[in-house]
Design a protein around this ligand. Structure first.
Ligand SMILES: [Fe+2]
Length: 386
């Protein structure tokens, strides 16, 4: 446990400033990290660990193929029945043969879901076929199915800089209030990731966040920052019912090395298991469950809702933010390179100037010597001629 706590500190998943609790008096912040890790491990004692029939490496390799092409198995609709089913009975960890975690189901405290449910009801609902705010119709039969969806995001897909999503700008203060009200939930899910896959947490919250903060939002009122806890984007899906249907999809724009986090909520529903096609699994997700998986690598869909209404949040991060960070880092490195080159050039020029001056001085001394020798010789000549 100490080794793991040391690792969390070494990679800066925890720092003195980012500790989620005040340091108890008489202890160091480092030992507080170990206590938090022990508490997290205690809470998940007895979790079910299962093996995925496909590895992360294979999923990653296959995701390089053209976007929009689903794995062949997703065309065999009846195959779902033969998939391994994991009902919502507790914490579940899915690993591949090399031990890489491909999925993780955890429990979310009920009060956070109550807040999520209440706050989501205060957002306006859209009518089918009507437009609102910026004129966008968000009740639509999209690639994922027919239900209402909002993306509150900071991304760089549609611009050369980080920008907030149009849907957040349209919802304005109401949307920001929803984000504020659910901050505790986002932080809770982020902390699960922080212990489970700390490298992912560090990737999400490190340099990219500092780079993002250099950009102001559209009205210049605030610096941009991630909106879903550690994740940069939060999607709210509402009103999935027995008529909605669901479609197999892959979240092609999401970063391939990061989990997204889904959590259903609402007044109650039945059905709605999450199908992970290449992993040949059906994951039971009920209200109170959160689930990490690679939405960008695995074709997935929500099975039919048999009764009730399923709402959900999805915390995710687009790859475009890291691509923009890489561009900025490259430009900064080039600038440093250019400055170093300029400095070297200036030093070289100064040295050349100094040498020219030295040479000129030496030349003038030689000339003077020559003149002195000539006049001395002349004097000697005149004397001898006398
Ligand atoms: Fe998805």
């Amino acid at each position: 446990m100490q080794k793991r706590a040391n690792h969390l500190i070494a990679i800066k998943a925890f720092t003195r400033q980012s500790l989620p609790i005040p340091v108890p008096s008489g202890t160091s912040w480092e030992s507080a990290v170990k206590t938090l890790l022990e508490k997290w491990e205690d809470e998940r004692t007895g979790y079910l660990s299962v093996r995925s029939p496909i590895s992360f490496e294979t999923l990653f390799e296959r995701s390089r193929q053209q976007k929009g092409i689903f794995p062949l198995i997703a065309e065999e609709r009846a195959a779902v029945k033969s998939f391994a089913y994991y009902p919502s009975l507790g914490i579940l960890q899915i690993r591949d043969a090399k031990g890489v975690i491909l999925g993780y189901r955890f429990k979310i405290p009920p009060h956070l879901l109550t807040t999520l449910n209440n706050s989501s009801q205060t957002l306006n609902s859209y009518e089918a076929g009507t437009s609102r705010g910026g004129g966008r119709d968000r009740l639509r039969l999209g690639p994922r199915g027919l239900y209402e969806t909002r993306h509150y995001a900071v991304w760089a897909d549609y611009s050369k800089k980080y920008v907030e999503s149009q849907e957040l700008l349209e919802d304005g203060e109401k949307g920001r209030e929803w984000l504020r009200e659910n901050q505790e939930l986002f932080d809770y899910c982020s902390n699960q990731l922080r212990f489970l896959c700390p490298e992912q947490y560090v990737r999400l919250t490190g340099s990219v966040v500092k780079d993002m903060a250099k950009t102001q939002n559209a009205d210049g009122a605030r610096k941009l920052r991630p909106l879903g806890g550690a994740w940069h984007e939060a999607c709210l899906n509402q009103g999935m019912d027995s008529k909605s249907g669901s479609r197999c999809h892959q979240d092609w724009l999401d970063d391939k090395r990061l989990f997204n986090c889904v959590a259903p909520f609402g007044e109650g529903f039945e059905g709605g298991e999450l199908v992970l096609w290449q992993m040949k699994m059906r994951i039971g997700l009920e209200i109170g469950d959160g689930f990490f998986f690679y939405g960008s690598l695995v074709a997935h869909e929500v099975m039919d809702i048999t009764t009730g209404v399923r709402n959900s949040i999805d915390l995710f991060t687009h790859a475009s933010n890291f691509e923009l960070l890489a561009k900025h880092e490259k430009a900064a490195a080039n600038k440093v390179k250019h400055l170093v080159k300029e400095k070297l050039r200036a030093t070289r020029k100064k040295e050349e100037r100094r040498k020219v001056e030295e040479n000129a001085g030496a030349r003038s001394k030689i000339q003077q010597g020559k003149k002195l020798r000539q006049s001395a010789a002349c004097l000697m000549k005149n004397k001898s001629g006398m």
